[in-house]
Design a protein around this ligand. Structure first.
Ligand code: SF4
Length: 324
């Protein structure tokens, strides 16, 4: 089975491989973004240069003075305040985009960082506070696009986080296509293909999605889509773990066990145990089940996105262990 993939729409920090626009004139490299280039629509932004700051420039920082409610964006030493300018720019530039599946932003940046930006008590040479926040641009983006996926370049070096991000953005891109089709059969097909993948995210939400698709109240396509999308955004907030993956592997194995010899069943159980103990990756038992789907011509199973949630060219097992 070869899967059709839809093109995720992303917004990415420009200094991650596109422009020497960091405060010191440097550019960074992100392996994930490099790999994504042929498969995604990538829109780049550099909030700091786009509000008129030069490169190289004095670094910006976030400050919360005297425990005030609002965090402000200021130049590190002169203290010039860019908070309002950055907020206005962010709203204006983000309003130019329609639906966005995901953001990949530079970590620790007072403008782009999604969660781990140091907060200082003031400009100048001072000790940092024991507080972290998101950058001003990232914060505005998260408010305007509450259902998009947000990750930073650092976290995407972690295998599990990257896997979740890639799976989600390709699912959202596919979903945009279903919505624009205006056809209930496309929704049924989408739900069918993603059933086992979404079961690894959250089983209860998957059941609710199934009821929406069944549409017993005979709602219009737009109403069904609205209800389904709410649940889709909810389910993508969950992260698969080995226990949920094993549950799905066992469900799928149930389609084939009646055809298999005892030693083959034992081998599968041994693989599950090795996966549970972290000795082999999920791809090993998954490949075995793919081979069974082909061997026994089980089309419904062969079509499951669980086996290939995103293009195989994006698969890499590298794992920094960071961001867990
Ligand atoms: S982190 Fe954001 S604001 Fe800073 S250089 Fe990169 S893109 Fe520009």
């Amino acid at each position: 089975m070869s899967f059709k993939y839809y093109t995720p729409r992303l917004i990415v920090s420009k200094c991650l491989g596109f422009c020497n626009c960091r405060f010191d004139g440097s550019v960074l490299n992100s392996q994930t973004i490099e790999m994504l280039k042929p498969f995604a629509e990538i829109n780049t932004v550099c909030p700091e240069t786009e509000i008129g700051l030069p490169t190289p420039r004095e670094a910006l920082r976030l400050i919360r003075a005297n425990n005030e409610e609002e965090i402000r964006l200021v130049l590190s030493y002169s203290g010039n305040d860019y908070t309002e300018k950055m907020k206005e720019y962010s709203k204006e530039v983000l309003s130019r985009f329609g639906e966005v599946d995901g953001f990949i932003l530079k970590n620790r940046s007072p403008s782009c960082g999604t969660r781990d930006v140091k907060v200082y008590p003031s400009a100048g040479k001072v000790m940092i506070k024991d507080e972290k926040s998101s950058g001003i641009f990232a914060e505005q983006a998260m408010q305007i696009f509450p259902n998009s996926l947000f990750e930073d370049d650092g976290r995407l070096t972690n295998f599990v986080i990257r896997e979740h991000f890639l799976t989600s953005i390709f699912a959202l891109a596919h979903w945009r296509n279903v919505k624009s089709s205006n056809e209930h059969k496309e929704l049924v097909q989408f739900h069918s293909e993603y059933k086992y993948l979404f079961m690894t995210f959250h089983q209860d939400t998957l059941s609710k999605m199934g009821k929406v698709v069944a549409n017993q109240n005979k709602l219009s396509f737009q109403e069904v889509v609205q209800q389904y999308e709410t649940l889709l955004n909810l389910i993508l907030r969950h992260t698969p773990d080995p226990g949920k993956n094993i549950n799905v592997l066992q469900h799928i194995f149930g389609y084939f066990s009646k055809h298999l010899q005892e030693p083959e069943k034992v081998l599968f159980l041994e693989m599950i145990e090795m996966y549970r103990k972290g000795r082999i990756p999920l791809s090993v038992p998954r490949f075995l089940l793919t081979s069974y789907a082909r061997r026994f011509d089980e089309e419904y199973i062969a079509n499951q996105r669980f086996f290939a949630p995103y293009p195989e060219e994006l698969i890499t097992i590298s794992d920094s262990g960071k961001g867990r």
